[in-house]
Design a protein around this ligand. Structure first.
Ligand code: XIL
Length: 387
């Protein structure tokens, strides 16, 4: 497969290299095998074959009627055999980490680039995996041209939305059955709708409009509203739950088509998680007739967490089990993590969420070398229904 696209927000990190060193190493050369030592490299090269023979999380979950998957980047799929092998082993579902976003699909007005998404669709189809769509309407990953167009007024904004939906939903018709139609509509503080170019152009109705447009274009799609920052027991999260419930109730009262709430699950060890409280929220969402799914699980550490790897991994695993088992008990039948290995996580590559100073979050099921961590076991345990 030719390499077709580079996510401007993502740079692959060399094996085992701390996030801080990444930029320099990348500029220096191939961007892949520059650090980490010979032993790690040899191990990494053997990994793909060994991995394919293993029972992965996808299979463990499927035995219980649960779909497990992870976010994938085409640029890594195409050039890193260990990355591909990890997905082949572990993921029954994939979600494009970048390739389904507005700027990836329509970088210039009227010029659609579906090749990076198609590469994932092709990979999934060949292996009997499913791909869920992410994300049609979001305040991020919006190209400059679209932001300017949305500022030109309501009709122009409606035209931009319709043209994008027409092309994208038609292109993926029958292949993508499930889309995050609106991503992150509530403000970070949890107290109101997020101020976005879409909201400024169309008013709060932009959510109704997007969901209706998606349903009109493909009545068979599962339509998902995806959100973060309401999973844990902190004041802004509790506020966000209330906003979210009010938003969902309003949509359903207005007969706006919506099938599910996507729970991103970007968790923070620094915040308490209260299973009973979260279960109560999930029950309220389900009582509205909506499905729930976990769409982007990963776990951020804090500087006051222990330094020792085993202790850090144990905390991440414990939180994973508590959260995922609560979500499953609350009715979630799909769980996706935002990537599979710490090596390729946005938690390392995105300055706003990275730990920095040479320390890297260990928030995904596989470590820097693709080896399974206690978080992997915690997911398997949650899927098996153990304690
Ligand atoms: C992140 C990706 O992981 C990055 O590579 C990208 O540059 C920015 O977006 N919530 C979402 C995801 O819905 O789309 C975000 O993904 C992470 C937060």
């Amino acid at each position: 497969m030719p390499e077709v696209f580079l996510n401007p927000n993502f740079s692959p990190r060399p094996w085992g290299a701390p996030a801080l060193a990444r930029r320099g190493l990348l500029l220096a050369g191939s961007g892949l095998v520059l650090a980490g030592g010979r032993r790690a490299q040899a191990q990494d090269q053997r990994l793909p074959e060994a991995m394919r023979a293993m029972t992965g999380l996808g299979e463990v979950a499927r035995a219980r009627g649960i779909s497990f998957g992870a976010a994938m980047l085409t640029q890594l799929l195409q050039r890193d055999p260990a990355y591909e092998a990890a997905f082949a082993t572990e993921a029954a579902v994939i979600v494009p980490e970048w390739e389904g976003k507005f700027a990836a699909l329509q970088p210039e007005e009227g010029r659609f680039d579906t090749a990076p998404l198609d590469a994932q669709l092709h990979w999934a189809q060949q292996r009997g995996r499913t791909l869920r769509g992410h994300a049609l309407i979001w305040h991020e990953s919006l190209p400059g041209w679209a932001e300017r167009a949305l500022a030109e007024g309501r009709d122009r904004a409606l035209g931009v939305m319709a043209a994008h939906f027409d092309r994208v939903l038609n292109h993926a018709r029958g292949q993508i059955r499930d889309w995050d139609v609106v991503n992150e509509p509530i403000a970070t503080a949890g107290d109101r709708l997020r101020d976005t170019p879409w909201l400024r152009a169309l008013g709060p109705d932009y959510i109704d409009i997007a969901l209706r447009m998606a349903r009109e274009r493909d009545p068979t799609l599962r339509l998902v509203l995806n959100e973060y920052g309401f999973e844990e027991e902190v004041p802004e999260a509790l506020l966000k739950r209330q906003q979210l419930l009010a938003l969902l109730r309003g949509l359903l009262e207005r007969k706006v088509p919506l099938d599910a709430l996507g729970i991103q699950g970007h968790l923070h060890l620094s915040r308490p998680f209260n299973a009973a409280s979260f279960a109560g929220f999930l029950a309220e969402v389900r009582a509205l007739g909506l499905q729930v799914l976990v769409t982007e699980l990963d776990i951020r550490e804090t500087w006051d967490a222990p330094q020792e790897i085993a202790a850090r991994d144990a905390l991440v695993a414990e939180r994973t089990y508590a959260f995922v088992s609560t979500a499953l008990e609350g009715g979630a039948r799909t769980v996706l993590s935002w990537g599979l290995s710490d090596r390729n996580s946005w938690l390392a590559s995105t300055p706003a969420v990275a730990m920095g100073q040479g320390r890297v979050h260990r928030g995904l099921p596989l470590d820097d070398h693709g080896q399974r961590k206690p978080m992997w076991q915690a997911l398997a345990r949650a899927f098996r229904g153990g304690s």
